[in-house]
Design a protein around this ligand. Structure first.
Ligand code: PLP
Length: 489
């Protein structure tokens, strides 16, 4: 059990769960995976009887070998006991004939909170074992950055730097990040898009000079992005929770299959669902729902992953991504754990921007995954039609998953709701046919139609001062990380 996790690109590159979480990414550029996760069997009866916290401890304990159960219990309690507005953590709500899994009741109103309230706990626990400090570098398309900073704010021995694409996040996402408090957090807008930021962050993890400098100071460079195992594992829990609720409501009998529709960017969220299915969750289909950056839709149709295309800025900015990093983990399992093949494809992606998977792999993927994309116009139309027929307001990301679920036949189907509509209130209001002058006006107008009140942390932003104003070039990222290392001393 000790060296449980290996790189997707090399089985000889093996580490423990704690090390995998501290390192974030494998030294060869691969992602850490546990090859034997498909041998874990989750007891569904136990899941149905338990509450969220107990289920989280149970599932984490099955996946993170060198954490003790007592450590995991403390991590889970610290993460979830006081920070979610819903006692269920991730409540399931029927919207028409689709079950919507609301993942946005955490501190920053996006699903990233479910993992990013827990990751700092897992990391601090692991750091106690090694006696090191950690410097977290995180690229964000808007939601991860805020959730990560909120989770890591003033955590001892950890500093965090976040990079987001300048002018390519929603007004509320910008406010959330630029007003972030905490002595150990820094936020930078970069000239470029999310992929530019993510690619550079991955490069910096491999940077020998930077790593040597960090090591001299007893600091690990690590990531809070969904490439980190510590992000993936907490997300597996809510797939089981959704199933539990369907069983309790009598929608399915224990053992019946369910489908999931997942608004997708970096492929982290839907991958967690795949992990759940490998561990015994009965799943019929996963729908990979994309916006107009439809690389994954094309990939699922043709087996060709091709990022050589124009990047489209949409009203679902958290999904404006052309390189879905976590797909690498799916390829690892779907090729029968063929690391050499995965390494070759990832090399082709790096050098040519595209790769083609073999027919057998594509067939295996397609037996469980289906995909579709939704344009901005269709997203708005969905927000409006769902509101008119059910009275419920969806955010643009959720609307994409909802629309894809609606257009496919499988039932029951769970559509993952990844953000509160308040986080994207201007575009949501626009979809409902109401104009707004700014994000604050939009918040208040939206509250007159939404069933839920404005989340308190979003309302509070209006009076918070802007604390972070730096706009930098991608080429300056290394230097600001270096400066961050000095500040950790
Ligand atoms: C991050 C995000 C997504 C995409 O999730 P991935 O794990 O990157 O696929 C979808 N919706 C929202 C609101 C997000 O913040």
């Amino acid at each position: 059990m000790e060296n449980q996790y290996v790189s997707t690109r090399d089985p000889k590159c093996a580490v423990s769960a704690k090390q995998a979480i501290l390192k974030g990414i494998a030294p060869d550029g691969g992602l850490f995976v546990w090859p034997d996760v498909d041998k874990v069997r989750v007891d569904l009866e136990k899941i149905v009887d338990n509450g969220y916290l107990d289920n989280a401890v149970y599932i984490l304990n099955a996946l993170l070998g060198d954490y003790s159960e007592a450590e995991l219990r403390a991590c889970v309690d610290n993460a979830y006991k006081n920070s979610f507005a819903s006692p269920a953590i991730t409540p399931l709500r029927a919207v028409g004939d689709i079950h919507v899994l609301e993942l946005f009741h955490g501190p920053t109103s996006a699903f990233k909170d479910v993992a990013l309230t827990l990751l700092p706990q897992l990391m601090s626990t692991a750091l106690k074992t090694t006696g090191q400090k950690a410097m977290i570098m995180t690229a964000t398309s808007g939601d991860t950055g805020k959730a990560a900073m909120a989770g890591f704010q003033d955590v001892d021995n950890i500093a965090i730097e976040v990079f987001y694409p300048h002018n390519k996040v929603s007004a509320m996402q910008y406010r959330q990040m630029a007003t972030q408090e905490g002595n150990n957090v820094k936020v930078f807008a970069i000239e470029g898009n999310f992929d530019d930021a993510q690619t550079k962050v991955k490069e910096l993890f491999m940077d020998e000079e930077l790593n040597a400098e960090a090591a001299r100071q007893g600091v690990m460079l690590t990531s809070a992005n969904s490439i980190n195992v510590g992000r993936l594992v907490p997300q597996i829990v809510y797939y089981f929770e959704a199933y539990k609720d369907l069983v309790r409501e009598g929608v399915v009998a224990l053992g019946d299959k369910v489908s999931f529709s997942v608004p997708t960017g970096n492929f982290g969220d839907v991958l967690a669902g795949y992990y759940a299915s490998m561990m015994g969750l009965p799943v019929e289909k996963f729908y990979v729902a994309s916006n107009s950056n439809k690389v994954l839709t094309d990939f699922l149709k043709t087996g060709v992953y091709d990022k050589n295309r124009a990047f489209v800025q949409t009203i679902s900015p958290s999904m404006d991504i052309l390189v879905s990093s976590n797909l690498e983990r799916l390829l690892y399992y779907m090729t029968g754990k063929d690391s050499a093949k995965v390494a070759r494809w990832m090399d082709e992606l790096k050098t040519q921007g595209r790769y083609t998977v073999d027919d057998a792999t594509l067939a295996r993927i397609r037996s469980l995954f289906d995909g579709d994309f939704v344009t901005d116009e269709q997203t708005k139309e969905t927000i409006q039609s769902v509101y008119e027929t059910t009275g419920i307001v969806l955010d643009p990301h959720t609307a994409i998953g909802y629309r894809v679920a609606r257009s496919h036949p499988e039932r029951p189907v769970v559509a993952l709701a990844t953000a509160s509509p308040y986080k994207f209130s201007m575009d949501v209001l626009d979809a409902l046919g109401t104009a707004s002058v700014d994000e604050w006006d939009a918040l208040r107008k939206l509250e007159t139609v939404c069933q839920d009140a404005i989340p308190a942390p979003l309302a509070a932003l209006e009076t918070k001062p802007i604390r972070h104003r730096d706009v930098i070039e991608v080429g300056q990222m290394k230097e600001v990380v270096r400066q961050g290392l000095e500040a950790l001393l």
